[in-house]
Design a protein around this ligand. Structure first.
Ligand code: HEM
Length: 355
């Protein structure tokens, strides 16, 4: 008898997802955001499917991993230097308020829900950075849900997200449970298919590519997207006989040899009519809304992050885009879905893993 799986299923039955929700901490709408009973219903359905998938993916394994981006290449130490001098005064808020240098931890990942998938296959790539000891509080602290004074930047290798809004996300998640998987959804939603195909790339080193917020965030009175642009001048060549986890080996080799960096840029939305914050598939025109450099993330020269104890710490970490100050909070319905789902899923997998 698989008691762990049985326990998880019972938990699902006795604690309907609606019992622990975070709807009360959703901030008031602004800048054209849409949020009401319909979107709340979308979230409930998305959260239900997410939880069911997590239970199914875990099976009888003792460890419940993240359902998105479960495979890490490593959590590495560094520092983020902020310099807001290129921003207008009204945009010098939250993280961008003043010149500052913060310690950071960055987790590089593959996006595929299957953590056993080999690194040499095409995949979406993730980069989540935790900024430690910020001079400001984040929204989860303000809501008394957490105490740590941190700010998380949860990025992926795409300018835009593959789903536009909560309604479409519900449709997509329901499709994952259908007989033919997401194929029928993608074949009838060309923009989504286009974004996914572009984001699924083969890489030879996690330090070779750029990572972006994809969805919009607040910057004072406006919206913005953010980007980490690699400082690496030469892209590595794909190894001939790549091992299943060669990306972590590549990352370790690079950082053992010396420090590496990413420039940190923001793209202020100068065309809010076209760049609708309720349509996350939207790519913002860089000529109309150019990127501005606001700092640099330096990953220090280091060894040891692939040792068991460090890997275990990395697995237990959580990143959430809502660990952000109000002045730089995530914007739009899709990000509001994330406020519910990241917290619920993290709570759920932590409970399972502590048993
Ligand atoms: C409605 C949209 C989205 C939903 C519902 C969603 C859901 C999730 C969930 C549940 C996790 C696991 C969290 C945990 O248990 O710790 C996760 C992780 C992650 N997501 Fe999303 N996600 C969404 C959009 C995005 C977007 C737009 C990005 C990037 C721009 C992104 C990048 C990531 C990354 C990088 C991780 C791994 C974080 C880590 O290293 O721990 N997600 N996502």
């Amino acid at each position: 008898m698989n008691y762990q799986l049985l326990g998880a299923c019972l938990m699902l039955l006795v604690s309907p997802i609606t019992s622990a929700n975070f709807f009360s901490i959703q901030p008031p709408v602004e800048q054209g955001e849409i949020w009401g009973p319909k979107q709340v219903a979308n979230v409930e359905e998305v959260a239900r499917v997410f939880r069911e998938s997590l239970i199914e993916a875990t099976g009888d394994a003792p460890l419940m991993r993240r359902d998105a981006h479960p495979k890490a290449h490593g959590c590495v130490e560094g520092s983020l230097q902020i310099n807001p001098e290129n921003l207008k005064p009204e945009h010098q808020v939250g993280l961008f308020k003043e010149q500052q240098t913060y310690k950071t931890i960055t987790r590089f990942s593959n996006g595929d829900p299957n953590h056993k998938k080999d690194d040499d296959k095409a995949d979406v790539r993730g980069m989540a950075t935790k900024i430690l000891g910020t001079t400001y509080k984040n929204l989860l602290q303000e809501a008394s849900i957490e105490e740590d004074q941190v700010h998380d930047l949860v990025f992926m290798n795409s300018d835009e997200f593959f789903i536009s809004n909560p309604k479409q996300y519900e449709k997509f998640m329901n499709a994952t449970q259908g007989r033919f998987g997401v194929l029928p959804y993608l074949l009838t939603h060309w923009r989504s298919l286009g974004v996914i195909l572009k984001a699924r790339e083969k890489i030879a080193n996690p330090l070779d590519i750029n990572y972006r917020s994809a969805t919009p965030y607040k910057i004072g009175p406006n919206s913005m997207k953010m980007k980490f642009e690699t400082c690496k001048k030469h892209v590595d060549v794909m190894p001939k006989n790549a091992t299943p986890n060669f990306l972590s080996e590549k990352l370790a080799k690079s950082l053992a040899a010396g420090e590496e960096c990413f420039d940190f840029l923001v793209q202020i939305n100068r065309d809010p009519k076209k760049n609708d914050i309720e349509d996350s598939i939207n790519k913002w025109n860089v000529k109309k809304s150019p990127f501005v450099k606001v700092g640099r993330l330096t990953l220090k020269k280091q060894v040891g992050f692939l040792e068991d104890a460090s890997k275990d710490k990395c697995e237990k970490m959580t990143f959430n885009p809502w660990r952000a100050p109000m002045a730089n909070r995530p914007l739009g319905g899709l990000n509001r879905v994330r406020l519910e789902v990241y917290l619920r899923q993290f709570e759920f997998r932590t409970e399972y893993n502590q048993k």
